[in-house]
Design a binder for this molecule. Structure first.
Ligand SMILES: [Zn+2]
Length: 377
């Protein structure tokens, strides 16, 4: 989901990082505060002051988002769920969960923690605005505090819309889950709401563009698109997880895969193996011992002139947790390893003994059959 990320600092043991796309949001917010909102509500200040207010407002928004996500993360940790970290990106922030909550109550509390934090921040900033006005604090300060009170209310309200995977949608899913005890049904309903809300946002965005608000309209449409995609992806993810949970890797692996030896030339690897079998990955063995793999990725690094001279031994990738998995591991684990390493095949090995190869293609085929036979949709 994310591109290049910058680790900013650590908060209560959570890594806070910013995706490069956050920069775009930061610039947009600063610019629209300094050029639009502040001059409209507090006219007559020097332009440099508006820019300073814009920057401080943007930093305030940054910390508001971080605190919102932090409260999700703290509740998650309280219930024993591990959180990879907090990441800010173009559409706000996300506390990245490594695993899904295992009970409706945990999910509900985790979901509402964020909006509650935002409302508390809003109340705090509103209080500051009132106290500041009574003390005769300058307009520029009041404006920023007022904006932060407002934006935190917006964050709370927007996130409480019952559209999965927004917080409100998660809370809705938790309530449905608690009610009927059926996580899949609950997720399907909540994610439908998410998709519908996404479409509503896209339509509103298009309408705004047509009536002249180009940036605001584009923004709404993009958020709608993102939400719609995220809603259907989360449902697919759940179906996948439920289909493969408890199924060992050994059930899906291809036995006796074609292997290559260390001495094989790259030329013969390409001609006889890659073009011969149409696989993109071959386990490399040294006698009975599995030592690593070669794939088209490594072959591409070798200049054509070297093909005849280079050996598999020169380019092999040693076995590691990104390309090798045990036969008793869960198939869900295999999927997440594939995703992490960007590989569509993994070697299945018991120690240094090669047992087979597991391919994404086979897992997807099984998923398709299972969805078909069990009428999952
Ligand atoms: Zn949230």
């Amino acid at each position: 989901m994310f591109g290049k990320r910058l680790v900013l600092f650590e908060l209560f043991g959570f890594k806070v990082q910013a995706d490069m796309s956050w920069l775009f949001l930061a610039l947009l917010v600063t610019w629209s505060l300094a050029q639009g909102l502040f001059p409209a509500f507090y006219p007559g200040l020097p332009p440099a002051t508006y820019w300073k207010m814009g920057v401080i407002g943007m930093i305030g928004l940054f910390f508001s988002l971080v605190l919102h996500e932090l409260s999700h993360a703290l509740v998650a940790r309280h219930y024993g769920l591990s959180i990879k970290g907090i990441t800010l990106f173009i559409f706000g922030g996300v506390a990245e969960m490594e695993e899904e909550p295992d009970s409706a109550k945990t999910e509900f509390l985790m979901a509402i923690a964020g909006p509650i934090a935002s409302l508390a921040l809003a109340a705090g900033f509103h209080g500051l605005t009132l106290a500041g006005a009574a003390q005769g604090v300058p307009d520029s300060v009041l404006a920023v505090a007022g904006y932060l009170a407002f934006i935190n209310v917006v964050l709370a309200v927007f996130n409480l819309v019952p559209a999965f995977p927004l917080d409100g949608g998660r809370a809705l899913r938790a309530a449905l889950w608690y009610w009927k005890g059926d996580l899949r049904w609950a997720t399907r309903l909540a994610s439908r709401c998410g998709q519908v809300f996404g479409i509503v946002l896209i339509s509103l965005g298009v309408l705004s563009v047509l009536t002249g608000d180009f940036i605001g309209g584009m923004w709404l449409s993009l958020i709608g698109l993102f939400l719609r995609g995220a809603a259907s992806a989360s449902y697919t993810q759940l179906i996948t997880r439920q289909a493969f949970e408890g199924e060992p890797v050994s059930r899906f692996m291809t036995l006796d895969p074609v292997t290559v030896s260390l001495e094989l030339s790259v030329e013969s690897l390409i001609e006889d193996y890659i073009y011969g079998y149409h696989y993109d990955l071959f386990p490399v063995v040294d006698g009975p011992r599995l030592v690593g793999l070669v794939s088209t990725r490594q072959v591409r690094e070798v200049p054509r002139a070297e093909w005849a001279r280079a050996r598999v031994a020169d380019i092999l990738v040693p076995c590691g947790p990104d390309n090798t998995i045990g036969p008793r591991a869960d198939a869900v684990k295999a999927l997440s390893v594939m995703r992490r390493g960007g590989n569509s095949r993994l070697m299945v090995a018991d120690g240094d003994r090669l047992l087979g190869v597991i391919a994404l293609k086979d897992l997807l085929e099984f998923l398709g059959l299972k969805m078909d036979l069990e009428r999952l949709e």
